[in-house]
Design a protein around this ligand. Structure first.
Ligand code: ZN
Length: 280
């Protein structure tokens, strides 16, 4: 597949020819950075792991430039660090049995620029080739501007090819801000209990981030356990790990729907839920 950046990376863990590799995709995650996929979309990885009729593919839009670095990575140049992060993402794709892993190599500034058509073009090409049933994006209440940028460019691409691709479900997932605050009726509860060994390994391979002092491995597992435990106040836990997602499917099915109004609707329902438990 041809992308705008010459250095874009297309990796197929099982060595199948690229066209066939992406065509088998049923579950697709589009994330901003290396390691976001493994934090936000483990549900999709677990749904597909080891199955012949379901395949998970990952897309990382940015190049990992400007990542924090310490320890053995402390004196790495920005270019060396980008290489480390690219290889780490390939390791995750191998461990997670992905259909393919695409890294588009854009800068954060390009991703955040709504007038940059190259990002949307690449994403449209991927969506048309993959025709996923389920899509995982960053949620639109995330606090990282690059995550929001990637989610907005992804929605633009999804809207542009909606007639040809028709994904059954589009989820907005948790990385930099979880979704426990949403009212329970709005929460899309995504099971993440299966194969905790693989779930742990997937976040664990990003050594440059974890040993840089941020324990994403422990925090990700902790968030999933907390969600599973606190989701329902009675009854026993069906799941030992869970992620929450925001349903973004209506934004794709109805391109006229205002993105801001739709997302603020979740906030309004949360506000009303808090207000109704308190004296007037
Ligand atoms: Zn990120």
């Amino acid at each position: 597949m041809k992308f705008h950046n010459d250095h874009a990376d297309f990796f197929v863990p099982d060595g199948v020819e690229p066209g066939a590799a992406i065509e088998r995709t049923t579950h697709l995650c589009i994330s901003a950075h290396q390691d976001d996929i493994e934090i936000m979309a483990y549900h999709g990885v677990a749904e597909c792991f080891g199955r012949s009729n379901r395949w998970f593919s990952g897309v990382v839009v940015t190049n990992g430039a400007g990542s924090p670095r310490s320890g053995i990575y402390g004196d790495y140049t920005d270019e060396q660090m980008q290489k480390v992060r690219l290889v780490e993402q390939r390791k995750a794709a191998y461990v997670g049995d992905y259909a393919c892993q695409i890294q588009l190599g854009y800068s954060s500034a390009q991703v955040k620029n709504a007038a940059e058509t190259a990002v949307v073009d690449d994403l449209k090409r991927i969506l048309l080739a993959a025709r996923p049933e389920v899509v995982y994006l960053h949620n639109l209440a995330d606090k990282h501007d690059t995550h929001i940028g990637v989610a907005l460019r992804s929605l633009a691409a999804l809207r542009a090819v909606a007639a040809e691709t028709k994904p059954r479900k589009v989820y907005g997932c948790e990385v930099w801000r979880d979704l426990d605050w949403m009212v329970d009726d709005d929460k899309q509860a995504l099971a993440a209990s299966e194969r905790s060994n693989i779930a742990a390994a997937l976040v664990g391979v990003f050594d440059s981030q974890v040993s840089g002092g941020k324990r994403y491995d422990l925090a990700t597992a902790g968030r999933r356990l907390a969600h599973a435990t606190y989701f329902a106040s009675h009854g026993t836990d069906q799941e030992s790990a869970m992620n929450f997602a925001m349903d973004l499917t209506p934004l794709v099915e109805n391109p006229g729907l205002s993105i801001a109004d739709y997302v603020l609707g979740f906030v309004d329902r949360f506000r009303a839920d808090v207000a109704r438990r308190l004296p007037k």
